[in-house]
Ligand binder design. Sequence first.
Ligand code: OXD
Length: 303
Amino acid sequence: MVAGMKILLLSHPLPADPYLDALRRARPRDEIVVWSRDQPVADWADAEVVFGWRLPARVAQALPRLRWVCSVAAGVEKLLVPELPAAVPVSRIVDPDQALGIAQYVTAMALRFARELPRYDEQQRERVWKRHPMAAARHRVCVLGQGATGQEISRMLAACGFEVQGWRRSQGRPLHEALREAQIVVCALPLTPETTGLIDREALAAMPRGSALINIARGAHVVEEDLIMALRSGHLAFAALDVQVNEPLPPDSPLWEAPNLVITPHIAAQSSVHTIVAQFAEGLDALEAGRPLPRLVDRQLGY
Ligand code: OXD
């Protein structure tokens, strides 16, 4: 039997078992080592492929035979460590079902805000049956990031009647100018050094009073203290964070206490293990056959 590849599975903090089982079925010839802090370096140092969520710097430095890194996710920022040799290609997962699920989450949150549903939650708690006039929602939405996910979000929001404008950094339009026009801002950007902390005090101040923010990308896009201030002051009327800087969000985080904030635990949409492993296996076949690797990211751009 021809020997397969040696793969280092580094899904931590996501559980490794579902990937391991699916991978063993898809690629029975491959040798798979599950990374853990206690695993002796000798067990994984000759791996040719890393399949994972994050790449500790000391691991990236200790893999002389590394030929490919494949993310278990759409976002790759935790794999693009400076210690990863420049010649090693990095791929990501591109899952239309994940984009669809995220768009559904964003639409639910945008409608929650635009149709004033929190007001009726409160009325129900108080046993108050009172109607308030409301036109169909046609709010102006600015979707930051126009990759596969941002485009799907824009498509679905437009179908719901929102007036949608996409914004991408490469377009050259100043961010604050785009924010000034938006009643709802959706963050669907990749996390890169340029986008880290992009939604800070100044960006929030540029948004109109009474507007809303929805973040389904990465927690670090938003300066959380600044968001809390904007919600407390009433400048922002609503926010939904599916992602936070520290995940899991610690029980003592001040975010839990912020008014008009919906917090969800990174559930907007997850790709199925089946899809993730199928895309990874497709990449392994390509690597073995010397064909171009699918879904490569631009390591300079970070997505
Ligand atoms: C992803 C995620 O990047 O689930 O795929 O956050």
